[in-house]
Design a binder for this molecule. Structure first.
Ligand SMILES: [Zn+2]
Ligand SMILES: [Zn+2]
Length: 348
């Protein structure tokens, strides 16, 4: 089958290759990929600037939905033909404190589908049955391919941050992650202020259409003034930093009120300078967030099923798998929002 393979570490080193179809081993299922999302971390894999374990040659891709095509030995509870999506933790040690506490997303030994184990930028992908989740009937494959990023946001916003109805929540970065976080904030009853730059005009429009109470272009408006004006000068109860750029983090740290919460969702890819002392002076509660785990997947799917989160409006482009270069380029040029790749049967 045709697959997008990162064949060596270093800049680029990705190509469309013919690879053998993998066979599901014990406790595994083989999924026919119907839609796969291009993630920011795929671009980081392209540039080889990601701090997660990567083992080339490997088939890339970790966000997808599809249909069970084959069941390995000793799998129970799944049948061929079921519509599913899958978590990305292909290997965790099962012995460390994180694993034993159910927080396997922070296992130091964690190895991911699409990084170390072959991923979903191919016609078929084999994963452990215990990581597979059924798609609700009203969620199509394209919307379902966004379950992984949504689960990351559910983990950050609903598992690691406390949002109470009426809280003012500022979100820096209106990319797909910021817009998923926005929908979760609205579902939780928060007042959502999404901040972006002039490059993000289209994205800020989408933010408004997805329920943002305010969408601020920080080059046109002083975000701090806006937030203080809304909160009697106090600042936002919660900030969700989703931009992954230093300016976004500095802004977020300034927007949050004393004793408020700051949650880091985006990844920066490099160290940078920030006024860390503000955390002490403002008695902030700061938390990081990494990936997702079973509980977040369960909640993500429930939210989609009930229409509280709609991932479909985030999809701006759909490319056949063979046009992955165009897809990656569109991503890097910040064209649109979420980009989907679809394997083309006739190409194999
Ligand atoms: Zn991702
Ligand atoms: Zn572990």
């Amino acid at each position: 089958m045709k697959a997008i393979v990162k064949y060596a570490l270093g800049e680029g080193n990705i190509e469309l290759r013919d690879v053998p179809e993998s066979v599901p081993g014990p406790h595994q299922v083989k999924i026919e990929v119907k839609a796969a999302g291009v993630c920011g971390s795929d671009i980081h894999i392209y540039h080889s600037d990601i701090k997660l374990a990567l083992r080339p040659p490997v088939v890339m891709g970790h966000e997808f939905a599809g249909v069970i095509a084959e069941i390995g030995p000793q799998v129970t509870g799944f049948q061929v033909g079921e519509r599913v999506t899958s978590e990305t933790a292909a290997y965790v040690c099962g012995k460390c404190l994180s694993c034993r506490a159910g927080n396997y997303n922070t296992c130091a030994e964690k190895k991911l589908t699409g990084y170390v184990y072959d991923g979903c930028f191919a016609r078929y992908c084999v994963v452990d049955a215990k990581r597979v989740h059924r798609l609700p009937e009203n969620v199509d494959f394209i919307a379902g391919a966004l379950t992984e990023p949504l689960a990351c946001c559910v983990h950050a916003v609903l598992e690691l941050t406390t949002i109470s109805a009426g809280d003012v929540v500022a979100i820096t970065g209106p990319g797909p992650i910021g817009l998923l976080c926005l929908q979760l904030v609205k579902a939780a009853g928060g007042y959502a202020i999404v901040c972006g730059t002039s490059q993000d005009t289209e994205r800020l429009k989408v933010a408004r259409s997805l329920g943002a109470d305010l969408a601020v272009d920080v080059r046109q408006q002083d975000a701090l003034e806006v937030v203080q004006g809304l909160t009697d000068g106090e600042g936002a109860d919660v900030v969700l930093e989703c931009s992954g750029v230093p300016a976004g983090a500095r802004l977020a740290l300034n927007l949050v009120r004393r004793r408020g919460q700051y949650t880091q969702v985006g990844l920066f890819g490099r160290p940078f300078e920030i006024d860390f002392e503000l955390i002490a002076y403002r008695e902030l509660r700061v938390t990081g967030s990494l990936g997702q785990k079973w509980t977040a997947w369960r909640r993500a799917l429930a939210l989609m099923e009930r229409g509280l989160v709609n991932t479909r409006p985030l999809v701006s482009h759909i490319f056949p798998l063979t046009e992955w270069r165009e897809a990656f380029r569109a991503f890097e040029e910040k064209k649109g929002l979420k980009i989907i790749l679809q394997p083309d049967e006739s190409a194999d």
